[in-house]
Design a protein around this ligand. Structure first.
Ligand SMILES: O=[N+]([O-])c1ccc(O[C@@H]2O[C@@H](CO)[C@H](O)[C@H]2O)cc1
Length: 494
């Protein structure tokens, strides 16, 4: 068996784990909204048509913040279409996904859902086909107490108190040629600056996310962030990152996907800090990794003009869950700069939660690492000193076979670790010399002899994490075996 050692010390602090790291994303795309979170007439729907089974799973996952309504969808969206009496709302072509948008679900429905799910809303404005005026109109509608045409319209539509939405995205993936209203970095940077300036005049408390690159391999990556931030450094609080990782038959490289995420995050930090130095600023721009996940992009099908077509309903397996866990480790390793992160998406497409219309809702494999991280990654993120053998990958060269991070709070220390070896277990020795008070240890593991195993409607509990106690001997290191292709949580209680 391969062996690795890991030194834990509460002094090796990276930064606080901010709850917004465990965000998700609800887009008007495929069946995320319609027959996902919202299905009037479903046996488990409440009086507002919100699926209570999906609400319960969202709460169980520990989702903290949810980005809405897109995504590519937002770049052609008129928010006014989704407010007021439902029977008066227009049906529209959704050009992003070539689907039919009925607008039966809109702003108020989403805010009711967010309230019941116990999540903070993260609202995106359309900077594709629209601009400064529509963005400030939406913000005034949402956040101004009353006495103006827009805020009184919100009151008339049933919501007296202002929504007080604090986190806003200035458009979506505006660097992407596929984006409706795609812009150059200079065009977008100026628009983000002016939109941000006006939004902060309406409500100075809002936090704004400027669009970074739609992935770290875009030809404009780096120069896009630099140009955009040179324009909107004062107005932006965050710059966004998006990344999706897929399997293409090369499992060792897929399992090492977090190597790419680490490099992407480091590149954006370096670029944002370059602009900070160049502009002589003291403020540091934070990172909003507001779309991340595993995704088999070739499973995308659109163009039918149907309402809520089945799109990208990927069936995620054990290997996918291990990669998702590793991506969460990467986010936690950068907790000092990544202040927001949203797994894309919540229900049905690319999703931890799957539903059937009129039928059940269940947890995909990737639900579990997210739920563990959201539940147990509290307090401060800790850098760990890891000594592990390396494995060869075609995409990333040789990489450590184990990747890990830890968190420290009043209850103790939790280690999150993946074994990226396709065949062999790794014997991990946890050096606890800086934690003499550890009384007990529990470990949770997600692995399977069949790395392709998945949860389905017929077998929703096929892949389930296993919990066990690990014996602790005072003054001695702790030994844990990490099975091949596994996600592991080790909770040390003091
Ligand atoms: O790799 N791709 O082919 C690819 C295509 C589209 C794409 O768009 C992003 O992903 C969509 C789904 O979350 C969001 O609406 C959009 O922001 C992200 C990645």
């Amino acid at each position: 068996m391969k062996t690795a050692t890991l030194i834990l010390d509460p002094a090796f602090r990276v930064g606080p784990v901010r709850p917004r790291l465990f965000g998700s994303f609800v887009e008007h795309m495929g069946r995320c909204v319609y027959t996902g979170i919202y299905e009037p007439g479903h046996p488990r729907a409440d009086a507002d048509g919100l699926r209570e089974d999906v609400l319960a799973l969202t709460r169980e996952m520990g989702v903290s913040v949810v980005r809405y309504p897109g995504g590519n969808f937002v770049s052609g969206y008129r928010w006014e279409d989704g407010v007021g009496p439902v029977e008066e709302r227009p049906a529209r072509l959704d050009l992003a996904w070539q689907s039919l948008e009925t607008n039966a679900f809109g702003l108020h429905e989403f805010m009711t859902w967010a309230d019941r799910a116990g999540v903070e809303p993260m609202m995106a404005v359309n900077l594709g086909t629209r601009g400064v005026q529509e963005a400030v109109d939406l913000l005034e509608y949402c956040n101004h107490p009353g006495g103006t045409a827009l805020s009184d319209r919100r009151v008339k539509n049933g919501r007296t108190e202002p929504y007080g939405i604090g986190l806003w995205c200035l458009g979506n993936e505006m660097d992407g040629p596929w984006q409706i209203g795609h812009k150059t970095a200079t065009e977008y940077g100026r628009l983000a600056q002016e939109t941000g300036k006006a939004m902060k005049l309406v409500d100075p408390s809002v936090e704004l996310v400027a669009c970074g690159s739609s992935n770290g391999h875009m030809p404009t990556f780096g120069s896009w962030e630099a140009t955009v931030l040179e324009h909107c450094y004062d107005e932006a609080d965050y710059v966004s990152l998006h990344a999706y990782y897929g399997q293409d038959g090369d499992l060792p490289s897929f399992l090492a996907s977090a190597v790419d995420m680490d490099a992407f995050i480091d590149g954006v930090i370096a670029t944002a800090d370059h602009v900070r130095a160049k502009l002589h600023k003291s403020k540091r721009i934070q990172l909003s990794f507001d779309e991340w996940n595993v995704w088999y992009t070739d499973s995308f099908e659109g163009g039918t003009w149907e309402q809520a077509p089945r799109m990208s309903e990927d069936l995620f397996n054990v290997a996918d869950a291990v990669v998702v866990g590793n991506l969460l480790i990467s986010l936690l390793k950068h907790a000092d700069r990544v202040g927001v992160a949203c797994q894309a998406q919540l229900a049905n497409l690319l999703a931890p939660i799957r539903t059937e219309p009129g039928g059940p809702a269940w947890r995909q494999t990737i639900f579990h690492p997210f739920a563990h991280a959201a539940a147990y990654a509290k307090g401060d993120a800790l850098r760990v000193v890891l000594d592990a053998p390396r494995v060869e990958t075609a995409k990333y060269g040789d990489v450590p076979v184990v990747d890990a991070v830890a968190t420290h709070d009043d209850d103790g220390v939790t280690v999150f670790a993946v074994n990226r070896d396709v065949e062999e277990s790794v014997g991990l020795t946890l050096d606890l010399r800086a934690l003499p008070g550890v009384r007990s240890a529990e470990r949770i593991v997600l692995s399977d002899a069949d790395t392709g195993a998945a949860n389905t409607e017929a077998e929703p509990g096929r892949v389930t994490p296993q919990r066990s106690e690990v014996p602790v001997r005072a003054g001695e290191p702790l030994l844990v075996e990490l099975p091949p292709v596994s996600w592991n949580v080790i909770r040390l209680t003091v």
